[in-house]
Design a protein around this ligand. Structure first.
Ligand SMILES: [Mg+2]
Length: 274
């Protein structure tokens, strides 16, 4: 499993036509009234540009205000859906707090006054963490991120190490065949998490609760782990949009996070949705 796989399910579709050859409709034209909508957003590569290391992400001016206003206009039905922990999400957007499915579905926060309303995984086993952490020593430039419920090996600064990383992780897994873990390939990141929950299981659970229940979800994401959520949107009469490339099965796509931010700001301005 390599990061090229992250590209595979996507189709480059710069001409933006749907399956019938008709020009793709603009995302904002598809969005129902905000009173009936739940807005679900991946963070890295979707709301924010990917950076060489995850600590360097930057929230552009105006984004927090847009997100806060959309939260108000949807009566609270806006949530982050991220591989990051709740704690990390809060640090990025401080002082603003948002509802969230975090840690790839390991944590869920339904109310911004709460730490977490549901936690679905124990922190990763220490010995397993120690062994996976040793993989970071394969090459300078491999960055280990302990996300609590998962470990991420980032190699954006050492792309030549990709194969060695995945081979080393495979060896560790072969040694521990009963460990309840899975490997998630992403964009220059190899992430190891507990199995048994995903962004999709987290979104399904979130959508059972107020203020999300009964609304039409709109999900925007950019990476392999977001495909689990793209896949369940039709079950909820939802809409999905990919970022970077048009993913299979989505209702539309954005070229870059800046386009996602412009789309969100436009939802606020769109009198049709008031
Ligand atoms: Mg992402």
């Amino acid at each position: 499993m390599k990061s090229e796989l992250a590209e595979m399910p996507m189709v480059d579709q710069r001409t933006a036509r749907d399956e019938t050859g008709k020009p793709e409709r603009m995302p904002h034209e598809l969005v129902p009234h905000l009173r009936e909508t739940a807005i679900l957003l991946d963070i890295d590569g979707t709301l924010l540009e990917l950076m060489p290391t995850p600590r360097e992400v930057w929230v552009p001016p105006g984004l927090s205000e847009t997100l806060t206003l959309l939260t108000e206009r949807t009566s609270g039905a806006l949530a982050m859906v991220s591989g990051r922990s709740l704690n990390d999400i809060d640090l990025i957007f401080a002082p603003d707090l948002f509802r969230a499915v975090a840690g790839h579905g390991a944590e869920m926060r339904l109310s911004v006054g709460n730490e977490a309303d549901a936690v679905h995984a124990p922190p990763m086993d220490k010995e397993l963490k120690r062994r996976l952490a040793a993989v970071a020593k394969l090459s300078p430039g491999i960055l280990l991120e302990d996300k609590g419920y998962s470990l991420a090996l980032h190699y954006r600064l050492a792309p030549q190490a990709e194969q060695a990383i995945y081979e080393a992780v495979s060896l560790i897994r072969a040694d521990l065949p009963n460990a309840p873990i899975e490997v998630l390939p992403g964009k220059f990141v190899c992430e190891i998490k507990h199995s048994g929950f995903t962004k999709a299981t987290g979104v399904r659970e979130l959508m059972k609760h107020e203020p999300f229940r009964g609304r039409r979800p709109i999900f925007i994401g950019d990476d392999v782990t977001d495909e689990t959520v793209f896949a369940i949107m039709p079950d909820m009469n939802g809409l999905s949009f990919s970022v970077g490339r048009r993913a299979v099965g989505v209702d539309g796509h954005f070229d870059a996070p800046s386009d996602v931010r412009a789309f969100l700001a436009r939802l606020l301005d769109d009198t049709r949705l008031e």
